[in-house]
Design a protein around this ligand. Structure first.
Ligand code: SF4
Length: 453
């Protein structure tokens, strides 16, 4: 019997996608091959996310589908990886009897062994969190492409009261700078053009041990120096830890994107305190102002939670006010949902569903209006765009992104291909997309990757 094909589905954030690449790297080293067809698989893995309740519900639904396949094919191994593993292992394994393997984010090295346990008729469980595991030496499995995500640190020490991450992914730890730089070099050599450095709070990255030890600004600068034709992005930044040194580093390197994802979560200091976000709105706005001085043309995106416990109408208005003050290019906007095990879970979820929905809609409407206005301001201007491929809607158009992460659509032209940096003159804009015409290739030696500023 061939037990070597593994199929994996990934839910949640980019960290989870990066983890899936690590998992596949580990399994390939142990003789597994990857299939995109769940029917052909001997092992089906679901890399899960616990951030929001509806994510967990979707994953439960999907596991139900796989259970039905397993009923027809008893040798099939079904496993759950990632954030739901520790939280829900007894439910998944003992009560619902859906899965054979449950492996948390710090035990992926043991996955081949735990799958073998399952093939031998037992349950393969590994859910311990580690203070040191960073998978530094694992080469992730990546298809060829232009964009790659590298996780540079794991876990989080912030303990925001609404968030499960410190419990599901453990305490903060950083990879060695040398290993990250080496990975960027390998990606550049394979023709990748954009690398995003990932961590729950990259600003507290700290490599104390390796020869080239340093903080996140040092890491970012070193990655940018690998190849000036590779754009470097990073996410996520915590507003308490974003240093001046980091801002200057961004401004000094043309291939570090002028784009900062800076979650604000709420515009009310009272709510921020209840969330344990450890900054005030005044600090946040000063930071944005400082970043704009140091990095002309920098754009911001954010995360916003609507309807946190005790949120009043006035608190909600303060959130809208912050959005108007910063004028974010984009935002991830959600209704608060209590997560078991967090501090906020013990607070009364006292904002009604109806009010949360109404407030969220107002937040979304305002963001769309701001995005539309910001994009309209770009009409007639020239932007540098990294071409990524055909547009989703038509193969007569190519799609790419500015360094401020805006999607740009241009007509197909035989002078341009995916991986090229081109200049585009913008002639039309919606809240989500810019449309323009090719106006020349960018010569990376002579020009900055960014025309802004
Ligand atoms: S910074 Fe807060 S919201 Fe972000 S991962 Fe850490 S605890 Fe969660």
């Amino acid at each position: 019997m061939n037990k070597n094909k593994v199929y994996i589905e990934t839910y949640g954030c980019q960290m989870n996608l990066a983890d899936t690449e690590i998992v596949l790297g580990i399994l390939q080293n142990n003789g597994y091959s990857v299939t995109n067809n769940s029917d052909a698989a001997d092992v089906i893995l679901v890399n899960t996310c616990s951030i929001r309740e509806n994510a967990e519900q979707r994953i439960y639904g999907r596991l139900g589908n796989f259970k039905a396949i397993k009923d027809q094919k008893p040798d099939l191994i079904v496993g759950v990886l990632g954030c739901m593993a520790e939280r829900l292992r007894s439910d998944l394994v003992d009560r619902k009897k859906i899965v054979d393997v449950v492996v948390g984010p710090d035990e992926y090295r043991r996955l081949p062994e735990l799958i073998d346990v399952a093939f031998n008729g037992d349950k393969g469980i590994g859910v311990k969190l580690s203070k040191t595991e960073t998978y530094d030496d694992i080469i992730p499995h990546r298809e060829d492409g232009l964009q790659a995500w590298i996780s540079v640190m794991r876990g989080c020490d912030k303990f925001c009261t609404f968030c499960v991450v410190p419990f599901t992914r453990g305490r903060e730890r950083s990879r060695s700078m040398d290993s990250v730089i080496e990975e960027v070099k390998q990606l550049a050599a394979r023709g990748f053009k954009e690398v995003t450095l990932l961590g729950q709070n990259v600003n507290s990255y700290n490599d104390e041990d390796s020869a080239s030890a340093g903080d996140f600004a040092d890491l970012l600068a070193a990655c940018a120096q690998v190849d000036s034709s590779v754009r470097i992005r990073f996410t996520t930044s915590h507003p308490q830890d974003l240093s001046d040194k980091l801002l200057y580093t961004i401004s000094e390197h043309s291939n570090i994107c002028n784009y900062i994802h800076l979650p604000v979560q709420s515009g009310s200091n009272r709510i921020l305190e209840l969330m344990n976000r450890t900054y005030t709105i005044e600090h946040y706005l000063q930071l944005v102002e400082k970043a704009r001085k140091i990095i002309p043309g920098v754009s911001f995106s954010t995360d916003i939670i609507s309807g946190f416990p005790t949120e009043t109408f006035e608190d909600h208005i303060m959130t809208l006010d912050v959005m108007r003050a910063v004028r974010y290019d984009g935002a991830f906007m959600f209704k608060y949902s209590p997560r078991e095990g967090t501090k906020a879970f013990r607070m009364e979820d006292d904002v009604s569903e109806e009010t949360k929905t109404k407030r969220l809609q107002e937040i979304i409407n305002l963001q769309q209006q701001i995005s539309f206005e910001l994009n309209q301001e770009l009409i007639g201007k020239e932007e540098v765009v990294l071409i990524e491929g055909f547009s989703k809607k038509s193969d007569k158009f190519l799609s790419g992104r500015t360094d401020t992460n805006k999607v740009v659509i241009v007509p197909v032209d035989n002078k341009i291909k995916p991986g090229d940096y081109i200049k585009v003159k913008i002639h039309r804009a919606t809240s989500a997309t810019l449309f323009g015409d090719f106006s020349g290739l960018v010569n990376l030696v002579q020009e900055s990757l960014s025309l802004i500023g």
